[in-house]
Design a protein around this ligand. Structure first.
Ligand SMILES: NC(=O)c1ccc[n+]([C@@H]2O[C@H](COP(=O)([O-])OP(=O)(O)OC[C@H]3O[C@@H](n4cnc5c(N)ncnc54)[C@H](OP(=O)(O)O)[C@@H]3O)[C@@H](O)[C@H]2O)c1
Length: 373
């Protein structure tokens, strides 16, 4: 029996994690459910999964059904938790992710922003405390799966990108696109922030950073290729030139289940079947830099290290919120992020507090600069 703390249980990843749990009632026990504002859904999850604890933004104590309230950073340290599923959206997940790693837990990591903000510090915390990061994001999960059983280091990682909602448009034509249009992802059903980040390819830049840290691969040996069908989730090239690809239907329950059962695999009749004939063909295209200015911007600052990636993550979080709120245009997004980066004085070797401070400064500064416009 694996005992789980699910952070972000009401979100897209959280709900799909619970769908996997539902399929294996004898294999998992949910000890903690943690959410933000969706109280109704959290209540019904508490009723169904009967965790010992719950956490919820703004709650200081009390009970929900039979569950007792607990702050997320305490929840992840509980001795009765084996795996922490880190599935909050954005930088808010940093505190609980680092606390889980410091407590030596297995962390099924979907929430990519903390590793973008402070990859080196997170990997260090995991190594020092015997914690394990189990990638859930589909591209890092694919790379992880391709690496199984290999004894020589990989030569190159090739991340696939669907190209997002506007892959057949030109940048100039995107001036008046609405949040609703940006939220129509061609192949994946996801939360709002990651879907907008997929349309700008900021999300892909974040995955490059995530993969750089998870697999110790230098940036110059990580490539991105546009693959419209989202069937190949990523590829790894080895020393002899052989390339392994991991593929399957675009459904996050696959990488979630893989992380939860790792190193084993389990049959799950509720997951969609892979049908190569129905898929027909798999295509690969070079990414068009002119359509994705956020990608190059993000990579430029991610490569600089220090507090830059945290500022990038904080500014992007605010930029996406401003766009969804109708305060800035889609085509303003690179300028919104870039303006905040331009105001930052970097710390080259920050500690965790410096990183958290840099991200929250960037978030607030971005809102301040653009909200009134
Ligand atoms: N969705 C995907 O397919 C996918 C794929 C790969 C990676 N990821 C990554 O996984 C993470 C989650 O993505 P998502 O798409 O599942 O996001 P989402 O649907 O927006 O869900 C976010 C979750 O975080 C919770 N939350 C937000 N603020 C919180 C707070 N202050 N305290 C506690 N909980 C809080 C939300 O609670 P309420 O809803 O109750 O407010 C919700 O449960 C992101 O980092 C994303 O990049 C997602």
């Amino acid at each position: 029996m694996k005992r789980l703390a699910i952070l972000g249980s009401t979100g897209s990843i959280g709900r799909q994690t619970l769908e996997v749990v539902r399929c294996f009632p004898d294999e998992f026990e949910v000890v903690v459910l943690c959410a933000g504002r969706n109280i109704e859904l959290l209540k019904s999850q508490v009723e169904e999964f009967r965790p010992t604890y719950f956490c919820q933004t703004g709650e200081e104590g009390g009970r929900m059904g039979g569950a007792r309230h607990i702050p997320p950073q305490e929840a992840v340290r509980l001795p009765q938790v084996d795996i922490v599923v880190a599935a909050m959206a954005g930088s808010v997940g940093m505190g609980s992710t680092i606390a889980a790693l410091q407590a030596g837990k297995k962390v099924a990591l979907a929430n990519k922003e903390p590793i973008v903000m402070a990859g080196e510090l997170l990997m260090q915390a995991a190594a020092e405390n015997g914690a394990e990061i189990l990638p859930v994001d589909s591209e890092p999960s694919a790379i992880w799966q391709c690496m199984q059983g290999e004894t020589t280091p990989a030569r190159k990682l090739i991340l696939t990108a669907s190209g997002g909602a506007f892959r057949d448009r030109t940048w100039e034509s995107l001036r008046d696109v609405t949040p609703a249009e940006a939220l129509r992802h061609p192949t994946w059903q996801m939360g709002h922030k990651i879907t907008v980040d997929s349309a700008t390819l900021m999300n892909k830049a974040f995955e490059v950073v995530e993969s750089r840290w998870l697999f110790g691969m230098p940036f110059e040996r990580i490539e991105v290729v546009v693959h419209r069908q989202s069937i190949i989730h990523s590829m790894v090239e080895f020393e002899d030139g052989s390339v392994k690809a991991q593929m399957g239907p675009p459904d996050m329950r696959f990488p979630i289940q893989y992380a939860l059962f790792h190193p084993d695999r389990r049959a799950n009749g509720n997951l969609p079947k892979f049908d190569p004939v129905k898929i027909g063909s798999l295509t690969f295209e070079a990414m068009k830099p002119s359509l994705y200015p956020c990608f190059e911007l993000a990579m430029d600052y991610a490569r600089r290290g220090g507090t830059w990636p945290a500022v990038l993550a904080g500014a992007d979080e605010a930029a996406v919120a401003l766009f969804l709120d109708g305060k800035v245009r889609f085509t303003d997004l690179p300028d919104v992020v870039s303006k905040t980066l331009g105001k930052h004085t970097a710390d080259k070797s920050p500690g965790l507090e410096d990183v958290i401070h840099a991200a929250s400064w960037a978030f607030e500064q971005t809102l301040k600069d653009w909200r009134a416009i």
